[in-house]
Design a binder for this molecule. Structure first.
Ligand SMILES: C[S@@+](CC[C@H](N)C(=O)[O-])C[C@H]1O[C@@H](n2cnc3c(N)ncnc32)[C@H](O)[C@@H]1O
Length: 299
């Protein structure tokens, strides 16, 4: 039988495919001519999918039908081999959004880990942008690069620098700095030296004590303004004809995001009054607030 006409969105040999069964179980595979995917549902030949449509239903030799789609970045991240804690899809979008990472940006990353965040940032800066990652532990690099290459097979705009980001950033006039390291407050001075005026730093940390140390260090430095911290919780919903309710489980805590903008230094006299802590100084316009900034506690 003649193979069907190739449409715009057919799988090719070498592509990744996400196989989804009727119970929503997912399997990530790489399509290779002549190879077979085995599961409890039977055998599925890669050639059944190569040159055939993405989003199509395919039948195994045991007669079960499965769906084959292209994996998203989030699918790759969830399934990637890892060592250190990765950034999950819940936070990847918020990081690229709140750090305002744009196509063409030059971005410094602190902490390569398994390459999850790097993959998202490479996508956000695009082929015209650059990501330079500082990683202290050389042994993590091969696995992370392998992970990144699964999603960005032919990228050349990523550099890994083996070194301690607290000791210094060699690049100057960078647009963004994104940190996923345990003590971001130790990098504040070097970030201030590296960021272009108006550039943004974002830090992801799991505990609020780390947030406080980072925020206080940013304030002490005087070159950072618009310092804001948030966390997000993600709750999915169960929606059927008979029942519409939140799922029993949710992703509540993963980490906190803190952002700040590199500005002209402020005179020390203009620092927030340390004695006013109980008064709850209203900064307004928090990143998690409505645009008009009129929500929040009344005092
Ligand atoms: C939580 S992991 C990063 C995970 C990564 N964002 C991901 O999504 O896969 C933290 C990483 O920071 C690295 N690291 C810790 N301190 C560092 C430092 N001072 N300079 C550079 N890298 C550092 C660790 O070796 C580790 O790989």
């Amino acid at each position: 039988m003649e193979s069907p006409a190739r449409t715009k969105n057919c799988f090719q040999a070498g592509d990744s495919a996400l196989i989804v069964d009727r119970k929503a179980r997912q399997y990530l595979i790489n399509l290779v001519c002549g190879e077979t995917f085995h599961s409890h549902l039977g055998r599925l030949f890669h050639d059944q999918m190569i040159d055939h449509t993405v989003g199509g239903w395919y039948r195994t030799d045991k007669g079960h039908t499965v769906l084959a789609v292209r994996p998203t970045l989030g699918d790759f991240v969830r399934k990637m081999p890892r060592g250190p804690q990765i950034i999950y899809p819940k936070d990847l979008g918020n990081i690229t959004n709140f750090a305002d990472i744009f196509p063409g940006a030059t971005l410094i990353e602190g902490g390569l880990g398994s390459g999850s965040l790097t993959s998202a940032m490479l996508r956000a800066v695009g082929s015209e942008g650059r990501v330079i990652t500082y990683e202290i532990d050389e042994t993590l690099v091969p696995r992370a690069i392998k992970n990144i290459e699964k999603f960005h097979p032919s990228h050349s705009n990523h550099t890994v620098f083996i070194g301690d980001i607290y000791e210094g950033i060699h690049e100057q006039e960078v647009d963004r700095v994104v940190l996923d390291v345990p003590e971001p407050w130790r990098a504040v001075e070097t970030i201030g030296d590296a960021l272009v005026m108006g550039g943004i730093v974002l830090s992801f940390v799991p505990t609020i004590i780390q947030v406080q140390s980072f925020v206080l260090a940013l304030e002490r430095d005087t070159r950072f303004q618009m310092i804001e911290s948030i966390e997000t919780m993600l709750r999915s919903w169960h929606v059927t004809q008979r029942s519409v309710r939140p799922d029993h489980r949710m992703i509540a805590h993963s980490g906190f995001l803190t952002t700040a903008v590199r500005c002209e230094p402020r005179f020390r006299a203009a620092l927030p009054d340390q004695t006013d802590e109980d008064g709850g100084e209203d900064q307004g316009g928090q990143i998690g607030s409505e645009p008009d900034g009129d929500e929040g506690e009344s005092s």
